[in-house]
Design a protein around this ligand. Sequence first.
Ligand code: NDP
Ligand code: MG
Length: 387
Amino acid sequence: MKTIGILGSTGSIGTQTLDVVRANGDISVKAIAAGSNIRLLEEQIREFKPAVCGVWDEEKAKDLALRVGDTDTKIVSGMDGLMEIAAMDGYEILVTAVVGMIGIRPTMAAIKSGKDIALANKETLVTAGHLIVPLAREHQVRLLPVDSEHSAIFQCLNGEHGNKIDKILLTASGGPFRGWTRKQMERVQVEDALKHPNWSMGRKITIDSSTMVNKGLEVMEARWLFDVDLDRIQVVVQPKSIIHSMVQFEDGAVMAQLGTPDMKLPIQYALYYPERRPLAGDRLDFWKLTEISFEKPDPENFRGLALAYEAGRAEGSLPVVFNAANEFAVAEFLDRRAGYLEITDMIAEAMAHHTRISHPSLEQVLEAEQETYEFLRRRQEKNNFQI
Ligand code: NDP
Ligand code: MG
């Protein structure tokens, strides 16, 4: 029996992880956690019988404790709850499927307690990779990528131990506004940006994909997972998301991983690595596909990608500011308090305002996050006042 915990069990990655658990029948879920969706958490508790369940919202946690009083599951709440789940004994792999920097502290706690991390929560690695990667090495735990591109790269690297990577070719669909100019994007509404051409995902990452900020985060994520300089990570637009990413080696050979867009494959691969398990679902039909096309990314109109390279090259606290500004700006856009193009405007303004720290401690990472929020809150107050 494999044993796992899932942070973010009610989300897109979380529920698909539970689909993988159901389909395989030999994984025991020891802990789950989510933000506030206690209706779904109750169903998950009754089906998977975890020892512990975390709810971020304290009132909702009390409510859930009453509802599942007849079960053996202990209910915990807030950051203490996430930390308890991360550090507890009794399971081997923590699937980090929460959104945003909230995942940093629990991920570090899980590593310290010797658990492997199946990592979906890319914001954590982007902002604290300089702390997490050495910590994982120190505790000899594995960071198993769940993000489809990084899983693809991980699969391409199988059996290549000791061989140097010349280039990572990170594929991107280009999102719903591929080929558009900034002028055309001025009037984009929340509903337009939530329509991804190939993948069905949580709201925040869907917006990130439309702005190409997601690809920028993935460039930085790849840098930490595979220890490759940013200059060796090249984004290639491949609109149908059939090639999930590629690795070019020193002899010029390019390895690619292809498949239909289905997150269950990278999730299952991370949980069973290095074993491949059967997985039901669509298969690629090359006669229907007929061709795979490629395009250059457009960092002028998709400023998020250019800013991500800038932040990633600067390292230190700048990736924190890039990410925190994006988290703030996307929430503002989703709440209709900011326009679409303001997402990347806010990232640029926050980065320009910030005084960079070269090797931030965990406390300094969290401080830089709060400073960024504060700076952008003031910006928003000023702008709303002017209207
Ligand atoms: P969703 O928004 O679908 O799910 C987020 C999950 O996190 C939910 O279970 C939510 O609970 C929970 N959550 C939110 N806030 C907290 C909190 N404070 N404490 C505990 N739990 C919390 O996101 P996705 O599944 O799409 O994405 C998760 C991560 O995986 C992101 O980092 C994303 O970038 C990454 N990723 C996602 C992919 C995808 O296909 N979806 C692909 C590659 C990477 P509740 O439901 O109660 O709000
Ligand atoms: Mg991805």
